[in-house]
Design a protein around this ligand. Structure first.
Ligand SMILES: [Mn+2]
Length: 291
């Protein structure tokens, strides 16, 4: 397992700046199944990604990218409870952050983000924000009686962040009434899909409020299903790869991106297009971070 299929000299744990952490975690998917197979599928597809980035004029892989096989060799997440599994994932991220790596996780389902970001939150002494690209608010208190459901991860983030101005949510187009009340009550920095379509700068006034260091979480259902399929919970009316990169570049102008995760591709062995899309999106994001 080796993201981008790099030569050995660029994949040593000790010397690499970047760690790719595949997390085949799937416990609470409610619609399409199979997210746990997507990290492998994305890594396989990544072997076809061009190593030089034409847009950022950079070869980010030269910083070293170690792909950590921990959840394939050491720990079987299928055998753990949800809580124990999420704790184990956090421990692994803690380990890499202690070693000053940038950790980029590949889900699996989106549930992993709340504790992964908590690891960053602790490491950066609360001086860090999170930017979520997603079709869903993920603000339900629980879903199907599960607190750590993929539909509740941002609610779990709000359990520990000390200010709403550490969180920005972009592209949202499916929320419950309960979530909508929470958004209004707390006056959250949330940009709905229709607001972004009406005004492509709609997120900027919120972005300004975030700390300088930011973590990004990408639920692939942010994107339109005309571009990427095989998602855990697809939702029409999404955004394009180019629109995402435009926002990313805007973020990069004033912020330091310190890590990110990509989630929710499912049953992806059905589509080289979706696997490759995810791999390319990851390397594009890394290239932006490192440029
Ligand atoms: Mn989602």
């Amino acid at each position: 397992m080796n993201f981008l299929g790099l030569e050995k000299e660029y994949t040593e744990e000790k010397t690499s700046k970047i760690v790719i952490l595949p997390v085949p975690f799937e416990k609470t998917t409610s619609y399409m199944q199979g997210t746990k197979y997507s990290p492998e599928a994305i890594i396989k597809a990544s072997e076809q990604v061009e190593l030089y980035d034409e847009e950022f004029d950079t070869e980010a892989y030269t910083h070293g990218i170690y792909t950590d096989p921990y959840f394939y060799r050491e720990v079987d997440l299928d055998k753990l409870s949800i809580e124990k599994g999420l704790d184990t994932i956090k421990d692994r991220v803690d380990h890499h952050l202690r070693n000053k790596k940038m950790v980029i996780s590949i889900g699996g389902e989106h549930s992993i983000t709340a504790l992964i970001f908590k690891s960053y939150w602790e490491k950066y002494n609360k001086d860090i924000g999170i930017i979520q690209f997603d079709a869903h608010g993920d603000l339900r208190e629980s879903y199907h009686d599960e607190k750590y459901s993929h539909a509740s991860i941002m609610k779990r983030v709000f359990d520990y962040v000390d200010s709403k101005d550490k969180v920005l949510q972009i592209g949202i187009r499916a929320i419950s009434k309960e979530e909508s009340l929470f958004i209004k009550e707390r006056n959250l920095n949330l940009v709905k899909a229709h607001e972004l379509y009406d005004n492509k700068n709609a997120y900027k006034k919120f972005l300004e409020k975030l700390p300088k260091q930011v973590y990004i979480t990408v639920d692939l259902d942010f994107f339109d299903s005309s571009e990427i399929q095989h998602l855990g919970t697809p939702e029409p009316g999404g955004f394009s790869y180019r629109e995402y990169i435009s926002i990313l570049k805007e973020i990069k102008k004033t912020k330091t991106i310190v890590g990110f995760d990509v989630n929710e591709l499912s049953s992806s062995s059905q589509s080289a297009v979706s696997d490759f899309y995810s791999a390319r999106l990851m390397y594009k994001t890394i290239s932006c971070m490192m440029s």
